[in-house]
Design a protein around this ligand. Structure first.
Ligand code: FAD
Ligand code: SF4
Length: 328
């Protein structure tokens, strides 16, 4: 590993100052993603800025919603009673991240900003677009775990963050700071589909910016369903998953939010599935129709066509969970 400096700022102001004027400076939360990349010679910062003592590590009620500090550990998010009461899909996603060790170490900010897990990206021998090269190895290579939506390229990753998906579905905003000020970015505008101009990043965060908070609006009365499909029920990322939030008017669905994970370079909102739900009553048939609608625009690569069926099932079962129907 290349030698690097380590800075331990005490607050937000010191943290953003430490990200400046230091060659390549990068924040570190739990370190599970960035340290692995450094050991694999994928990332080589001159300075690591520890955010765990600098950023907020609390979950605070605001205006009927919650404000979640970026330094909150995933385990604390998963076990928080207010989160599970107001935003059960966030608790469901958090409890399924990795293993207890990963959830004990990983932070909310680090989870949202973790880099792709594409095996070509993680192998120093493959100089792909995301490492400044001029090709993507996935379309003609091993693409079993790659995208089935948003596949115009140049990169075909799936976004690796499980938490990003329900954050987007619940209409979260992200507070972002730098030495020159702060801004709020809707989660729906934070993640970016790859283009040749922005392919080195997965979101709109500048190099000197930190994500400090996730701000969740009051959820109102809703039904919630979240369903993840894994190759096996152990510690790996999901193959595909769906988060569904339904608002009801009597027995009829009046509005729906359906966001898919592990299927596209960004958390993928399925307006097709939402349209299939609105105006319908809750039933297994409605759930199945939403699953069918969700995958209508899928464009799988050569080896990941199976993810279409997995995604369809995840959407159907997430809707059934929201309806209180048995899924198996
Ligand atoms: C076996 C295994 C299974 C896993 N399964 C899942 C899964 O199912 N779902 C899932 O979501 N993840 C999964 N992960 C990934 C794991 O959850 C993430 O690596 C972890 O959440 C990252 O958090 P961290 O705090 O350790 O991040 P770090 O490694 O500290 O940081 C990650 C990146 O974010 C940047 N960063 C950190 N904090 C901030 C901030 N506040 N503002 C801006 N940038 C910041 C860092 O510079 C770095 O580039 C798995 C990992 C493993 C090893
Ligand atoms: S999918 Fe993205 S990260 Fe993977 S090889 Fe292609 S450009 Fe690189």
């Amino acid at each position: 590993m290349k030698a690097f400096a380590y800075v331990n700022p005490a607050n937000e102001k010191e943290a953003v100052a430490a990200l400046r004027d230091a060659g390549v400076a990068m924040p570190i939360g739990g370190g599970q993603d960035i340290l692995a990349r450094m050991k694999d010679y994928i990332t080589a910062p001159d300075r690591l800025v520890n955010i765990k003592n600098a950023l907020d590590a609390t979950i605070t009620p605001v205006a009927g919603g919650l404000r979640i500090g970026a330094a909150v550990k995933i385990v604390d998010l998963a076990e928080n009673a207010q989160v599970s009461r107001l935003y059960p899909n966030i608790s469901a996603a958090a409890i399924e991240v990795g293993t207890p060790q990963i959830r004990n170490q990983g932070t909310v900010g680090g989870n949202i900003n973790q880099r792709p897990r594409c095996w070509y990206f993680k192998n120093e021998e493959f100089l792909c677009y995301k490492k400044g090269g001029n090709r993507c190895f996935a379309p003609a290579g091993e693409n079993q775990y790659h995208a089935i939506f948003g596949n115009d390229g140049p990169s075909h990753i799936v976004h690796p963050s499980s938490l990003a998906v329900p954050f987007l579905a619940y209409g979260a905003k992200f507070r972002v700071v730098s030495a020159s000020g702060e801004r709020e970015v809707a989660a729906a505008n934070f993640f970016t589909l790859p283009t040749l101009q922005n392919v080195l990043k997965e979101n709109v965060l500048a190099d000197d910016e930190l994500l400090t908070h996730v701000i969740l609006p009051a959820p109102g009365t809703a039904r919630h369903g979240h369903y993840e499909v894994r190759y096996k029920e152990s510690h790996d990322w999901p193959l595909a998953f769906a988060t569904v939030i339904l608002k009801m008017s009597g027995q009829t669905i009046s509005s729906a939010s359906v966001v898919l994970g592990a299927v596209a370079p960004i958390p993928w909102r399925s307006e097709e599935a939402e349209r299939a739900l609105v105006g319908k009553t809750l039933s297994e048939a409605t759930a199945a129709a939403a699953g069918e609608a969700a995958v209508r625009g899928a464009a799988p690569l050569s080896r990941n066509g199976y993810k279409v069926q997995v995604t369809k099932t995840a959407v159907k079962r997430a809707v059934m969970r929201a309806a209180g129907l048995r899924t198996v």
